[in-house]
Design a protein around this ligand. Sequence first.
Ligand SMILES: *[C@@H]1O[C@H](CO)[C@@H](O)[C@H](O)[C@H]1NC(C)=O
Ligand SMILES: *[C@@H]1O[C@H](CO)[C@@H](O)[C@H](O)[C@H]1NC(C)=O
Ligand SMILES: *[C@@H]1O[C@H](CO)[C@@H](O)[C@H](O)[C@H]1NC(C)=O
Length: 341
Amino acid sequence: MTCTIVFCLVSTVLLFLLTADAAPRARHGKKGLNFNPKWAPVYHPKIYRGQGGFYPPRAKGHKFAPTPDYSAVMQRMWDLDRHGMTSASMQLAFQGNTTTSSTIDHAPDRLFAYVDEDVLLSFTTVTAFLALTDNYIDQSGIEETETEEETEEIDHFLDLVIETDVMKEAHRFLREKSPSTPSMGEPFKNLLKEIWFSLYPRSKNFSQPFDSSGFEHVFIGDSKAKQRSVGGLHNWIRAYYLEKDGIFDYTGYIDNITAVPPGRYVAGARYRAYHNYWKQPFSSFFFGSSPEFDLASFTLCLLLEPNRQCRFTLHNERLSIRSLKYGYGTNYVETAYPDVT
Ligand SMILES: *[C@@H]1O[C@H](CO)[C@@H](O)[C@H](O)[C@H]1NC(C)=O
Ligand SMILES: *[C@@H]1O[C@H](CO)[C@@H](O)[C@H](O)[C@H]1NC(C)=O
Ligand SMILES: *[C@@H]1O[C@H](CO)[C@@H](O)[C@H](O)[C@H]1NC(C)=O
């Protein structure tokens, strides 16, 4: 879950207003952004419009049904991840459990008890990813721009990512399920760029600043001054560095943590944290995964199971990913995150 309930309800209202009449105005001069007024907001009828905005309801008493194909491909991607941490290179301290409404810190110590930075920084995709983290103003409402240098950093990151076995496997699976998927190389890289790096207004009000992108929301985080909260921020590497800088304060875990053997990493714990003393009601990560694993798995679910729970197992542990599309006929990511089910 990536946004406060209040914020999601606001988005809901805006979306309906836009549906009713005003079409988003076309914006030019920004890469990847040229909204066609004819595009209708994507609205999945099965998506529940109450609590939490556009999230499908959590299945109550419904048996978890992982899709065998997804389990197979996710497991292969997990096993192929050469830039993932191991229990030797990373240790986590989950400490106390908490609830989404608790204001008490149930985890006085750091979440990231130990991260071997020599290992982490030896991964080329990680250093390319870290170069991107200072390209964004994480506050909602402040217009983002992309300098030439920043565009080069994005290209460099994606060039490395599409060369990884993890992304190649995701691509192979996407082509199998959806033959119109662009071919590997430049065409697929351009799709990833469009999905993740296109700038858009997080408010979905096209008169407001283009202050966000899928990448910014999911991998960097969007602070919302009005609600004094943080949305997104589902990447453990980002959280690790924020915690190291004293900005991110983990306050406890919510759901049971799912540890994925064989002693390799822990995946998908929901947590509650304060970021820069702003509340994060709760969020979730894959811990120890590479940037390409997160990017590839979220993309796969966005393209094959948009707005739905993409259910699978990893080493027999039940996990799911939810990748939401921004709407308006775009492929842009609104948010994407793992979940324990
Ligand atoms: C932690 O979990 C236990 C067992 O489910 C529960 O009784 C307790 O209230 C939880 N603590 C907090 C602070 O939520
Ligand atoms: C969109 O933003 C503009 C400029 O801030 C504001 O005047 C307008 O009321 C907003 N529209 C909606 C539907 O909230
Ligand atoms: C956590 O795990 C314990 C032991 O397996 C179980 O009894 C409990 O119901 C779980 N709690 C949640 C919130 O899933």
